[in-house]
Write a protein that binds this ligand. Structure first.
Ligand code: AMP
Ligand code: MG
Length: 491
């Protein structure tokens, strides 16, 4: 087996940013799934992933060449409250490499055993939550939304205690960097401000080389993170993704979706949907995500104030316009998303009302979010041809019948061609998302030792915009008994 060579970057920053911690071996690990496409992108020969030594590395039972696994320290605002020390409590970086395209990539094992940041927890992840992270991160990637990725899923019979006894699993996740907003907050609130610049400069040198060495590089990088975060939130809203735990320690300094826990995709549309059973107050409800994204950016900017000016006043004066980039960037990204989802070539004055009326129809009907948009793609600009399926989703038919002519008029105003628009809309409105009940079915089968449903969902969700008629039932709304699956922070 030939593995891509190690090129330490974050590890090179050394202590106290991260500590070398050996992974704790798992008994009889089994490779439950390998992402061959990602292996290839990383420069790992997919044939090599079948070797027992690859499974051992993915389980944390053997090192990646001579890299010493590391856990990093961070802090974070959790549900609005600052927690001064968190860190990789159950994630270990096991390699930093250059991928086949020469881009830096870091590999992390989630669930590889305790670290000094485990805060009394076991450092493990259960099969259930590992399947969810494995499938959803790749599903988001296929949806075109920036995210950490997943290379391999390993299971083990080792018992893990949660509400019940479950079994351990490890996900090998991949990203150019796993640095979070909370990494900066840690040093800021500890008043070790001199630690901020090395961290930021390492990140910039590796992942924002266009700003490297620039005197204003920290402001340029922060502007980029704020804008990426705003665009990421628009991406989440557009596909009905709810993250569930938008704490600043779960926000990536590269603007990636990270830490898939009690996430969910909208089924029946409720803008106030709360996907995380633990989030009683609905702080992270679907319709609050864009605002929380902004709030998190202000927390990152605050933590980076020492990088932005020699006096507090100067720093705040520099930070404010960066924070102010968020609303405009989000709004531009979101209107572009809505326009694409509606099949409009551009978002014009008045289109906001069209979107809001449509969303209100979906909400009052509790219509299936994913399917309704997909059906909308079949509407014709001119006539009322039957069989688009949209009308069947809607309860308030009077409001729908008032909205539809306005939508059609808007389509005709840009000489919209039906076939061409349908194709465009189908590329903006996924047919398949990882609904909770689908993940749950794969989990239930995996818990009996049958991993076929993981394979099937992985393949299906790799092409979320394609029709895949043989898998039509995966596009259906959840059956009544599966509409209220509760997912919590327990993972
Ligand atoms: P999360 O809510 O999953 O983002 O986790 C918050 C923090 O708790 C992170 O620093 C995790 O590393 C840590 N953590 C969560 N679960 C465990 C666990 N089972 N063992 C050790 N640390 C954990
Ligand atoms: Mg986390």
């Amino acid at each position: 087996m030939t593995l891509p060579a190690i090129t330490p970057r974050f590890a090179a920053l050394g202590e106290p940013y991260s500590l070398p911690i050996p992974a704790r071996p798992l008994p009889t690990p089994t490779l439950l799934h390998v992402n061959s496409a990602l292996a290839r992108e990383l420069g790992v020969d997919p044939a090599d992933t079948a070797s027992p030594s690859f499974a051992a590395i993915m389980a944390g039972n053997a090192p990646w060449l001579d890299y010493e696994a590391r856990a990093s320290v961070y802090a974070g605002h959790q549900f609005g409250q600052f927690v001064p020390q968190l860190g990789d409590g159950r994630a270990l970086s096991i390699a930093e490499i250059l991928d086949a395209a020469g881009q830096p990539q870091e590999l992390q094992l989630k669930g590889a055993g305790p670290t000094p940041y485990s805060r009394g927890s076991d450092g493990r992840a259960v099969l259930r939550s590992s399947i969810r992270e494995y499938l959803s991160s790749e599903a988001m990637h296929a949806l075109g939304i920036p995210t950490t990725r997943a290379l391999a899923l390993v299971g083990s019979p080792q018992p893990v205690r949660r509400e019940t006894i479950e079994t351990a699993a490890v996900v090998c996740r991949v990203a150019p960097s796993f640095i979070r907003f909370g990494h900066f907050e840690f040093w800021y609130y500890r008043r070790e401000h001199e630690r901020l610049a090395p961290l930021a400069d390492q990140l910039i040198a590796q992942h924002f080389p266009e700003f490297d060495g620039h005197p204003d590089r920290h402001a340029l990088w922060l502007t980029e993170v704020v804008e990426r975060t705003a665009r990421l939130m628009a991406g989440w809203q557009a596909v009905g993704f709810c993250h569930g735990v938008m704490n600043t320690d779960n926000f990536s300094a590269l603007g990636l979706t990270i830490d898939y826990g009690p996430f969910g995709f909208l089924d029946a549309f409720d803008p106030h949907h709360i996907c995380n059973h633990t989030d009683q107050g609905g702080r992270y409800a679907w319709d609050r995500q864009p605002m929380i994204g902004h709030w998190n950016c202000t927390k990152l900017l605050q933590a980076c104030l020492p990088l932005l000016g020699d006096t507090p006043e100067a720093a705040v004066a520099r930070a404010q316009p960066i924070a102010d980039r968020y609303p405009a960037t989000y709004s531009a990204a979101m209107t572009a998303r809505w326009a694409a989802k509606l099949g409009l070539r551009a978002f014009r004055d008045g289109d906001e009302t069209l979107v809001n009326r449509w969303l209100a129809l979906l909400a009052s009907s509790k219509a299936d979010f994913t399917r309704s948009w997909r059906h909308l793609a079949r509407i014709k600009a001119l006539d009322d041809g039957p069989g688009t399926g949209v009308r069947e989703e809607i309860l308030d038919l009077a409001a729908f019948d008032a909205w539809l002519p306005d939508y059609r008029a808007r389509l005709r105003s840009e000489q919209s061609d039906d076939a061409e628009r349908t194709a465009r809309m189908n590329a903006a409105n996924p047919k398949y998302v990882l609904r909770n009940h689908l993940a749950q079915a794969a989990i239930a089968r995996a818990e009996t030792g049958d991993y076929n449903e993981i394979d099937r969902l992985f393949a299906l969700l790799s092409h979320p915009y394609a029709e895949q008629p043989e898998h039509e039932r995966y596009a259906a709304e959840p059956p009544p008994e599966a509409r209220h699956i509760e997912v919590s922070c327990s993972s």
